[in-house]
Write a protein that binds this ligand. Sequence first.
Ligand SMILES: O=C(O)[C@H](O)COP(=O)(O)O
Length: 406
Amino acid sequence: MSDFIQHGPISTLHDFGTVDSQQLEQALVDATSEYPMGLILPVTAGDMRAPAFARIMDELEGTKFLKTIVVVLNRAPEISDYQECRQLTAKLGNVCRVLWTDGPRGQAALQQLTDAGFNVSVPGKGRAVWAAFGYLLADPDIKAMALHDCDIVNYHRDMLMRLCLPMAHRAFDFDFCKAYYARVTDKMHGRVVRLLMTPLLRSLIQVIGNDDFLVFLNSFRYPLSGEFAITSTLVRANRIPSDWGLEVGTLAEVFRNTSPKRICQIDLGHPYEHKHQPISLEDAQRGLMKMTADILHSIFRTLSSRGIVFSMGMFNTLESAYLRAAQDAIRQYHADAVINGLSFDRHSEEQSVEGFARLITQCGQEFFENPIIAHEMPTWTRVRSAIPDFPHTLRRLVEGDAAEYS
Ligand SMILES: O=C(O)[C@H](O)COP(=O)(O)O
């Protein structure tokens, strides 16, 4: 049972365990009859072959509240990858489309953008999601789009329904809904949220002050969740980072393009388990260290765009403040873990924090030397002003691949 605290400028929608799946589904079917929604599933060839994806397909089979499901297949170079993806998604029926970014048509579409002067060269989840947004924007009926990762081991349809309902519900006017949950099994996961984001935001507020964006970011219970829903109008205006800054970069754009009172976060109602990456303490280009570096760059860039002037001295202060805040947080997690009978490896938590702390000054130095480097996809408003038909190009691509390779 959750508490009912409302904390910070955004609305928090808890799970009190008082609504069952049938009630949720009925409410959503009613609401989406006037407010059609799409779903985006970014998946790699590797992840589509894992059991989590099969489970997600089983749970989504027969859903009646989605107008379109776009499975955006990336990091999948072979025609056989595409064909396998079509087979794995076949049970979703006609509402499902596979958008293959790595095939000849996908590559030609990216080339068209490059020729028009857009930098779309960085592959990954950000670019895949961006392309799926464009695909759905070609349908003027779709009012909002939801998105979730495809490595959720304990996926349940309720999770998606809870994510979609705040957007579609007739009595609400939310522009953006972000998921939160406990990443807990026999131990606490969510290492980047727990050990980096939470203490980092506390220390940034301590060093910089109560900047509105920092307070906003700090009010999310799980700022790195890969699950959110967003209106089509906001999708057009949002810039999307193509690296691991996707989640915090999206929050920064949402903060800029709408108002906190039109933003909510919802408890997905189930614990969340997914594929865990290695932390890679020795290599800032891999694993959670790379994720952390991209997040730090994204936050520093956003703060700089809000007029905050950084100095190397400030990054040094931030590293010390972060270390202290992170050590305090570890003490709190430890007590929470013990009380709940979870195992807790204090030594590895401390090692992670020390690695993240080093990255603060390292990324600060990089940012100092080159503050405007960002791997961001262009906004859809800009793409459409340069190539008005481009969302329809993506539609033709999907239909062409389906006709040729199926
Ligand atoms: O959410 C996070 O903090 C990162 O994705 C890492 O998650 P994990 O510790 O559950 O692997």
